[in-house]
Design a protein around this ligand. Structure first.
Ligand SMILES: *Cc1c(COP(=O)(O)O)cnc(C)c1O
Length: 399
């Protein structure tokens, strides 16, 4: 962070948002699993219940541990307001359903997260919302479609799994000219590498399950923004529809976030080294990482991100067959669907991010069947590269 009057993100990740929740001299935020909060004074109870006085009533609405989680994310994203959810998908769906009505139009990119894409192709059309998909990275098309008018311009950058980059500033300007709400999924970048609010977004979403928590042991989602009224509207939708974050998850996510800066910087360093190595492997056809100078959106990434993130992908010769043999040979990688964890995690796009799609749909999205997504962990980068080397050797794919 460049603002000299503000502590840096590394410091905020450790300290922000916790103080008012500490009790009995505890130095760590307690888990408060209580479903309800009691009052002897009927007038005070009433005042809290109608929102005139601060306090908690019922766990589906608010909870102190969950609020501490929201406060920390709010500070890390430089936002004024935040509300949390049981999962990242709940954050996304609740945000969309809060604002969209039959007849509304959404403009988005083709490469959104698989679940998000399903909301756009399946659930929104069911309620009469029209969704316009644009080629990810085609800014002319995005701006042109946005200018035709839309209620929400929905972006995600970098994208899953080919880490394409969209220019947030440029698109946010087009969105605001059209009177749209600009929503950005910042899960891959994290606030360490990218601040969409500062680039003009109205709402920023996270699957906290991934990098924010960082330990693959708790599900969660969060939405932040500058405008209290927007977040208040989403909060209201969530408190009634019920996708509330669990206090135990909030505790784990809070604990994970203390090391966010350390983890994400290490993950990005490793990703750069691994991507550079993969480029030299004979049996690797393509490497996708925004930090590589030959990445088609490298210039935009350099402009709007302070780091290129821990996610990369690569395509091997021999397609699915090679993937099937190669991945089990890795010693230091979970073969799993999650990402953003301290352990390196690998998976074929056809089984993870885009399992809902047909091979034809994946091909149309530019996702080769032999594509492997890598979420770099916090292990030593050289150990990870050595591990890939021995795996390639074992299946006789290049050197
Ligand atoms: C995982 C993910 C989501 C969904 O989050 P869940 O916590 O799994 O519901 C949304 N967006 C992106 C970019 C993701 O990686």
């Amino acid at each position: 962070m460049t603002d000299k009057n503000k502590p840096s993100l590394a410091t905020q990740a450790v300290w922000a948002g916790e103080k008012e929740y500490l009790v009995h001299g505890a130095t760590q935020v307690p888990v408060i699993p209580s479903v309800a909060f009691g009052y002897d004074d009927m007038d005070e109870w009433y005042e809290v219940a109608i929102g005139r006085k601060k306090g908690h009533i019922y766990g589906r609405n608010t909870n102190p541990t969950v609020q501490a989680f929201e406060d920390k994310v709010k500070v890390l994203e430089g936002a004024n307001a935040a509300t949390s959810f049981s999962t990242g998908m709940a954050a996304i769906s609740n945000t969309l359903y809060t604002f969209l009505r039959p007849g509304d139009r959404v403009v988005t990119i083709k490469d959104t997260y698989g679940g998000t894409n399903k909301i756009f192709t399946e659930f929104l059309p069911n309620i009469g919302v029209d969704v316009q998909f644009c080629e990810t990275g085609n800014h002319e098309q995005l701006i042109e479609e946005t200018a035709k008018g839309c209620k929400i311009l929905y972006l995600e950058t970098p994208t899953n799994p080919t880490v394409k980059i969209t220019d947030i500033k440029k698109c946010a300007q087009a969105g605001h000219q059209a009177g749209a709400l600009v929503v950005v999924d910042n899960t891959f970048a994290t606030p360490v590498n990218q601040n969409p609010l500062q680039l003009g977004a109205d709402l920023v979403l996270h699957s906290a399950t991934k990098f924010l928590g960082g330990h693959a042991d708790a599900l969660g989602g969060v939405v932040v923004g500058y405008d209290h009224a927007l977040i208040e509207a989403i909060y209201h939708y969530r408190e009634i529809n019920g996708a509330t974050m669990d206090p135990w998850a909030a505790y784990l996510l809070l604990r994970g976030m203390k090391t966010l800066d350390l983890r994400v910087k290490r993950q990005a360093e490793t990703a750069m080294k691994l991507a550079t190595y993969l480029k030299t492997v004979e049996g690797v056809e393509q490497v996708f990482y925004p930090g590589l100078e030959d990445h088609p959106n490298h210039a935009i990434a350099k402009e709007q991100m302070s780091g290129f993130g821990g996610m990369l992908s690569f395509a091997v010769t021999g397609g699915v067959d090679t993937v099937r043999h190669l991945l089990p040979k890795l010693q230091y990688a979970n073969r799993a669907a999650n990402l953003g964890a301290v352990e390196t995690t690998v998976g074929p796009a056809r089984t993870t991010s885009h399992v809902e799609c047909t091979p034809e749909e994946r091909a149309a999205m530019g996702i080769p069947e032999g594509l492997i997504r890598v979420s770099c962990g916090i292990e030593d980068a050289d150990d990870i590269i050595q591990d890939f080397k021995q795996a390639f050797k074992a299946v006789e794919v290049g050197v």
